[in-house]
Write a protein that binds this ligand. Structure first.
Ligand code: SF4
Length: 373
């Protein structure tokens, strides 16, 4: 198999991982394919443009994660790129200005350290042989030793290790080979220390991802872990990936219990992103997130709107008087509109909702929770 054919297969197999944050605006984020599955923006050798070259080094894997299409017993065509091949190929893309960075992951070849060394070898070739100074996102392989993790972090612009589930009990439903505490939590804590404000590599961005709907977990558990990742472990971004039944060709015990349809799991993923945004950008705390009796987010309503409905004492908010924090609590008002309101108020009163530049449901929401007087 030649290098281009290997890249075609391996970049295809890498598309389910979102922790690379590929896509910086709505146009290059994932899209639904005709079969209802999500497609991720990747640069493929036979054409197409992406901001990141996103590929696996190998789709061979000694592990057996039940949700994963490349796990050890899956019947797929396996191949592996050599570090030199990968580095040369990537530099070709860079020279043609097709990509601005690299996302490199891999199935586990032999053992975690052997795999991590090969990933690091690509990064080392790029940094020292090709003098590449741009963006490199490296996947940390679960179970990798501390020394290999530190090596990766020293070479990368960003690193990610997917936490997958909130807690060991959930994780054990998905994999019989990986140990949650030693292979996932230990390295996540080390990455958090190395990349913290006072850490040796504070310039490096750590990210992680939960798989949603595969392990009978609740949103409440995910939100609790998400807080820990942001507040205690200094992670910069948490991503969510809806479990796609059938991708790993295995039935997962937790999958049967939840009772969520595939569409509902995608909606859970969407609601979790909204909660993540409220926490990172709107100063919401864990206690501000309102869940139903089963510990899950309401699927039919925005979490900010639910908070507003549970706190009538805050509303209506006065558009011409309220401070920034209160304005941000109004469903329908985001940072950009709030900044515009604050600036406009310096010059004079806002007299009509229509002058806020909003339309449709957003405008209706603002009218419901705010007043102009
Ligand atoms: S470790 Fe698990 S999730 Fe990662 S490639 Fe192997 S089987 Fe897939």
């Amino acid at each position: 198999m030649d290098t281009i054919e290997k890249l075609r297969i391996l970049s295809e197999d890498s598309r389910y991982d979102m922790a690379c944050a590929c896509g910086s605006n709505n146009n290059d984020r994932r899209k639904r394919g005709l079969d209802g599955k999500w497609l991720y923006p990747v640069a493929l050798p036979n054409g197409g443009y992406s901001i990141l070259l996103k590929t696996l080094l190998s789709n061979s894997c000694s592990s057996d994660c039940k949700y994963c299409p490349i796990r050890s017993d899956a019947d797929i065509l396996r191949c592996t790129l050599k570090p030199e091949e990968t580095a040369n190929l990537f530099m070709d893309y860079v020279k043609k200005k097709k990509v601005f960075g690299l996302f490199l992951s891999s199935g586990i070849i032999n053992n975690p350290d052997y795999t991590m060394d090969r990933i690091n070898a690509v990064s080392r070739l790029l940094r020292y042989k090709h003098r590449y100074k741009g963006y490199i996102h490296l996947k940390i392989i679960p179970g990798t030793s501390d020394a290999a993790i530190e090596d990766s972090v020293s070479l990368a612009s960003a690193v990610s290790l997917n936490i997958e589930t909130p807690g060991k009990e959930r994780f054990d439903l998905l994999s019989s080979k990986k140990d949650y505490i030693n292979d996932i939590i230990r390295p996540i804590k080390l990455i958090g220390r190395l990349t913290s404000k006072d850490g040796k590599f504070s310039r490096v961005k750590p990210t992680t991802q939960f798989i949603v709907g595969a392990s009978n977990e609740t949103d409440s558990e995910i939100i609790k872990y998400m807080f820990g990742l942001y507040k205690k472990l200094n992670f910069r971004r948490v991503y969510f990936s809806a479990y796609q039944k059938g991708l790993g060709h295995h039935t997962i015990p937790g999958e049967q219990k939840t009772g969520f349809t595939p569409e509902q799991i995608f909606m859970r993923e969407h609601r979790l992103y909204q909660v993540d945004y409220l926490i990172r950008k709107y100063g919401f705390s864990g206690g501000d997130i309102i869940l139903d009796k089963s510990g899950n987010l309401e699927l039919n309503k925005d979490p900010k709107e639910i908070w507003a409905d549970h706190h009538p004492e805050f509303y209506p908010v006065r558009i011409n008087m309220a401070d920034k924090v209160s304005l941000l609590k109004v469903p329908g008002l985001g940072h950009v509109t709030v900044e515009m309101i604050l600036k406009t108020r310096i010059r004079g009163k806002i007299t009509r909702f229509e002058d806020l530049g909003l339309k449709g449901k957003r405008l209706e929401n603002v009218k419901k929770y705010a007043i102009i007087e």
